[in-house]
Design a protein around this ligand. Sequence first.
Ligand code: GLN
Length: 455
Amino acid sequence: LATHFLDRIEQSELNAFLHVDRALTLAQAAEADARIAAGTATPLTGVPIAHKDIFVTRDWRSTAGSKMLANYVSPFDATVVQKFRDAGMVTLGKLNCDEFAMGSANENSAFGPVKNPWDHSAVPGGSSGGSAAAVAARLAPAATGTDTGGSIRQPAAFCGITGIKPTYGRVSRFGMIAFASSLDQGGPMAQTAEDCALLLNAMAGFDERDSTSLTPELGGIDEDYTRELGQPLTGLRIGVPKEYFGEGLSKDVEDAVRAALAQYVALGATLVDISLPNTALSIPAYYMIAPAEASSNLSRFDGVRYGHRAAEYKDLSDMYRKTRAEGFGAEVKRRIMVGTYVLCHGYYDAYYLKAQKIRRLIAQDFEAVLNGPDAVCDVIMGPVAPSVAWDLGDKSDDPVAAYLADIYTLSTSLAGLPGMSIPVGFGAKGRPVGLQIIGKHFGEAKLLNVAHAYQ
Ligand code: GLN
């Protein structure tokens, strides 16, 4: 199995993988064989998986898609990587992504863009573009992704695969190179919801090395995420937010999403019109909060402790300045500047604090329809993105156009809710369309069953 996928990776021209090491992978495969022979296998033993290059690994380079970390090798494995190894999974290598997970098209990677396997002139989405492309092209049966504002769901949609961003705090962030710590959440990407459930069983769980990991008292108990698979959907109430079907949504995506909703009605669910009135504010709120946290997190890349250091410099501040000027790409610099600005004394209240208040209002929108005394639905459905994958290069000079395309995924992240994307057909130019399914906090098992029933 490992050889099969390594051969496919070698022949691929998608640029999905950044680092592959055949000998290391085959050694892990041999260990898995021994474990199967010894009768100590788990359901995942011997199954290959590849990791987004945001997760650090001891044996493969960990670049975060950045020149800053081009030759960085971590002294330890991320908790997620370790957990999959403990389950006996075989690591295929590291996957391309937008630099420090900032982007929506994988075009912000220092190591070149990834091609969408369905159409090589299209982007695969981002920031987990390598993960989505690798799974879609059968270069790997499973991959890890991270989602700060849509980076699992949107590339899954653009590449026609299934991905889930769990409730914030479910999956350990230890060893996940930080972008915006209050939003970052890892999750699995695979062909089906059933596969994602099996992967999440190994991936999730309390980790004392992550200060925002959900403790058992807070609901972070080990669960069997496959437990609801196969249950009928009779009586399921699906909230359909009117703000997710307004101006800006392209017709091909709307048609595919509405056809999927009709399929859910045929499966016994009912559709309920809902409103999430603060949806539009998710863009300005997210694009202040995420850069603010990023500007702080990325201060560690100073040329002293990690990765790149400028070759020549006059003094310490010159070394910092040159190292960061050379090591970071344009989008990362833009976010460091925006983030530093909104955190400045004098602007903090007007921007950062206000964005945090809006974040609360957005969370309350979801709370009202999903949990409050007047709750009207069990899950929410809508599009993942306003269009199918765009052409390579289309938005690369226009960051705001890319930010606006995040409109349907940012709110879920700001509210810490679980959300997933499943493939529901094809739109313009034969490119895949994803349906987004959003659940209550801790509602992954239900979400996965709702997705599974469609598949
Ligand atoms: N597209 C969003 C951004 O650029 C989301 C990225 C992510 O979820 N990592 O920030």
